[in-house]
Design a protein around this ligand. Sequence first.
Ligand SMILES: Cc1cc2nc3c(=O)[nH]c(=O)nc-3n(C[C@H](O)[C@H](O)[C@H](O)COP(=O)(O)OP(=O)(O)OC[C@H]3O[C@@H](n4cnc5c(N)ncnc54)[C@H](O)[C@@H]3O)c2cc1C
Length: 295
Amino acid sequence: MNADVVIIGCGPAGLQAGIHSSRKKADTVIIGKLQNSALYNAHVENYFGVPGKTDGSMLLKMGLEQALSFGCRHIDLNVIRAVAEGDAFWITVESGEEIRCRSIVIATGISRMKLGIPGEKELLGKGVSYCAECDCNFFRGLKVAIIGGESKAAVSAELMTRYASEVYWVSKDISADKMLVDRAVKEGVKIVSAVPAEIKGGKNVESLLLEDGREISVDGVFIELGGKSSSDLAMDLEILPEADDSIKIDNAGRTSVAGIFACGDVTGGPYQMAKAVGEGVVSGLNAADYAKGLK
Ligand SMILES: Cc1cc2nc3c(=O)[nH]c(=O)nc-3n(C[C@H](O)[C@H](O)[C@H](O)COP(=O)(O)OP(=O)(O)OC[C@H]3O[C@@H](n4cnc5c(N)ncnc54)[C@H](O)[C@@H]3O)c2cc1C
């Protein structure tokens, strides 16, 4: 598939960027899951012109309808890869489909995806990791568990088969694309249908306790919830994230790489819808102009 602008992220920032990009007549594709937006389970009462306590999921659904009505296309999947090639970019989604585009808007929000179980915080850096791609090498020949049901977990589980002696993929609810699941299983990943209850260990991780009482002996636990993180995507595209994982932009929404724009929570606080849509306008307009200018 070809597009002028690809927007990664389907929250208020990405949707607003899509609305403004498509109204500038740029062929625009928004990629991402509405229900993974921070706004989806929130209620808003401080947004200009929207009085009372308003359901975030309703705002998102209306925003998506609006973007589609202006000609945006929507792909309801996670992005697993993004690379630059000459003056274009290639974006790969979890089904394996590739989209070639002229400019990108990163609107992936921030990751609040913690498991919240005992041992997670205490053993962070002692076997608990949020990034298989970063830490895979430390687990050569060891046993690891990957936690999460989406594409990020599937890709990480498959990756870890190249390093670890045993890879358990723990999830009660796998929603990753079937192709990714099949690939992980073919490489030897063992799927454990369960809910994690506690990561146990002393100096280092020793085991993962499950809610059903089973205990898996592991040396590492990778918490891989949601899609590929914004910092992973940024690094794929040769943008160095800030120390707090945010992506620096200028007042035109430009990142350090020509053709790549960013908006919303991913660029830093305040983490508010008004700031997200404001930046969405700027990056959507400028991404459209950039893409058109290259034609
Ligand atoms: C409990 C709670 C209450 C809140 N209350 C308020 C409030 O009252 N007022 C207010 O203004 N703000 C509030 N907020 C903050 C507000 O929700 C955020 O500031 C806003 O949603 C940020 O928009 P965003 O588009 O930048 O990111 P998000 O809304 O988080 O959207 C990010 C999008 O990126 C997608 N994504 C991430 N990774 C990938 C990938 N690899 N591939 C494809 N897609 C990807 C996600 O699926 C999602 O669609 C609240 C937030 C929470 C959590």
